[in-house]
Write a protein that binds this ligand. Sequence first.
Ligand SMILES: [Zn+2]
Length: 220
Amino acid sequence: MIGRHRRKKIETAPVLSVVLAGVFAGSVALAPLDGDSGDEGAGRGNSAEAGETRPTKAAAERTERSSRRADEPPRKAPDDCDPSKSTARYANGRIPVDQLCELPQGGEYLRADAAVAFYKLNAAYHERFGDQMCVRSSYRGYNKQKRLYESMPAGMAARPGNSKHGIGIAVDLCDGVQRESSPQFKWLEDNSEKYGWIHPKWAYSSPYEPWHWEFDVGQE
Ligand SMILES: [Zn+2]
């Protein structure tokens, strides 16, 4: 239902547009976002499994480590990730990353209470599928949300300042979860609530975002 979307042209002075294009390209490459229903994140799905020449053991291990999040047992939330820590004083999209907790996937952040719950959900998911959850997007700062909002068709991205991503309690998932018919999606549907995570009703239809999940405890 949701295809890939053309980005709006940025119409600015030539020099500025070059700079902006660079920034913009960077953001697109780094952050798969709502509305991008592609099945694979950057670099995924190309792990070496075809019958290529046999790499050395060390090289094979390196490849394995860099291309998979699997194998390692899922980590527990770090000790300094304190779920009682409030970020309520920060506006949507304005939370300093050091006030958030990094997810086991690395480079992704959530509010502490949502993160602690996510670590537990991630461990249960790992037990079921032998792999950690695949996270394409989590906390999003205001400017990133603004760029997203401006680049998407109306209704496909929350207005900056209104996104659940901006308060660090939403994730966009991948590796199957982005398809409602997948075993991963069904498993999450059946199990996520035990860990305080839900697939919000709106995301079943308007807009249809099977990949979008929210922490549902203590939302205001
Ligand atoms: Zn989302």
